[in-house]
Design a protein around this ligand. Structure first.
Ligand SMILES: Nc1ncnc2c1ncn2[C@@H]1O[C@H](COP(=O)(O)OP(=O)(O)OP(=O)(O)O)[C@@H](O)[C@H]1O
Ligand SMILES: [Mg+2]
Length: 332
């Protein structure tokens, strides 16, 4: 049994096809990510899998339970840290967690033990009795993730776990997520529009755009699927013609571009081709001054699959998030 199995899952809002027949499986203990831009259908997919909304068509099983026929069963085995924070600013971290425990009917004694454990795990114990309004964005997010763990879920859904946080805080949250997987064996389904997050954290990534899955694979296979690494060599004066042919003939080399003091070699597996490239150059009396190898990033993968850059939309997205947070603050 897979931890999550989705078959042709679809959600339509009026004219908008938010999620268009997505199918995938997530294995137990895996960190599985949906990577896609603003409006791609990531949250809508999470909302269906966590039984908050019903699919228009298709089906899915979460821990073996049908999301439409057995929503209560599904809810027992999952935790959800939604995109928008739900922790209460007026309460302390401890109170927020106890409230969550009560919502999940965890007996009080048991809850106290678990809350303490989770606060330690999330390194929030020092702030447990401080009001959440004094927390930083990263602490709030950790508390939110902590709350979603109170009933010891098998599968944790994290919708944009590091949205709008600074680089260090994001890296810290990645570590908490890794700890959860390692120490508690939790299966993670997460969404992100950050390429580095998908790359660093996910065992497998589904690239989603306009509600459709464009590719599913490990980050490294996705990256190697687009044709290769770039090896850039700074060299002494070269006789382009001869060297070019010799480099092109090496196994694994896809393309070679030369100018007088530079050679750029595109190769399927750069790290395996690099030694042969250097030997060939040296054999022909060319000295190599500097080598740089560039692996394609998920950004390039997204571009090659959709014809658009993912990065362009991040600025806009973060702008929207900041605005929403400001509006919520103003309202409360
Ligand atoms: N309740 C709703 N009613 C109408 N349209 C909706 C609703 N929820 C989502 N949509 C639309 O469905 C599409 C997918 O939205 P969704 O929130 O799933 O995207 P997302 O990938 O999570 O985006 P983001 O990165 O901004 O969180 C968008 O076009 C959105 O406007
Ligand atoms: Mg979303």
């Amino acid at each position: 049994m897979s931890a999550i199995e989705a078959h042709g899952l679809r959600k339509v809002f009026g004219e908008i096809v938010a999620v268009d027949k997505v199918s995938f499986a997530v294995e137990e203990g895996e960190v599985f990510g949906f990577l896609g831009p603003n409006g791609a259908g990531k949250t809508t997919t999470i909302n269906m899998l966590t039984t908050l909304i019903r699919p228009t068509a298709g089906s899915a099983r979460v821990w073996g339970y049908d999301i439409v026929d057995e929503p209560e069963k599904v809810r027992e085995v999952i935790g959800l840290a939604p995109q928008e924070l739900t922790v209460d600013d007026e309460l302390t971290g401890y109170e927020n967690m106890m409230l969550h425990a009560a919502l999940y009917h965890v007996p009080k004694e048991e809850a106290r033990v678990r809350v303490k454990e989770i606060l330690e795990l999330m390194e929030l114990e020092r702030f447990a009795n401080k009001k959440v309004e004094s927390y930083s964005g990263g602490m709030k997010k950790r508390l939110e993730i902590g709350c979603s763990l109170i009933h010891e879920p098998k599968i944790l859904f994290l919708d944009e776990p590091t949205l709008g946080l600074d680089v260090q805080t994001r890296a810290a949250i990645w570590n908490y997520i890794r700890t959860l997987v390692r120490e508690r064996g939790v299966t993670i389904f997460m969404t992100t529009h950050y390429m580095d997050e998908a790359d660093n954290l996910c065992d497998r990534v589904a690239i989603i755009d306009y509600g459709r899955i464009k590719a599913i694979d490990t980050p490294s296979r996705l990256k190697s699927s687009i044709g290769g690494d770039l090896i850039e060599l700074e060299v002494s004066e070269i006789n382009g013609l001869v060297i070019g042919e010799r480099l092109r003939a090496l196994p694994g080399v896809v393309d070679v571009v030369l100018d007088s003091e530079r050679a750029v070699v595109k190769a399927v597996r750069g790290e395996e081709v690099l030694p042969a490239v250097i030997s060939a150059l040296i054999r022909d009396g060319v000295s190599v001054r500097r080598v740089e190898m560039k692996k394609p990033s998920l950004e390039e993968v997204f571009l090659s699959l959709t014809g658009r850059r993912l990065r362009d939309e991040n600025g806009v997205k973060e702008e929207i998030t900041r605005r929403n947070i400001a509006i919520r603050r103003a309202r409360s």
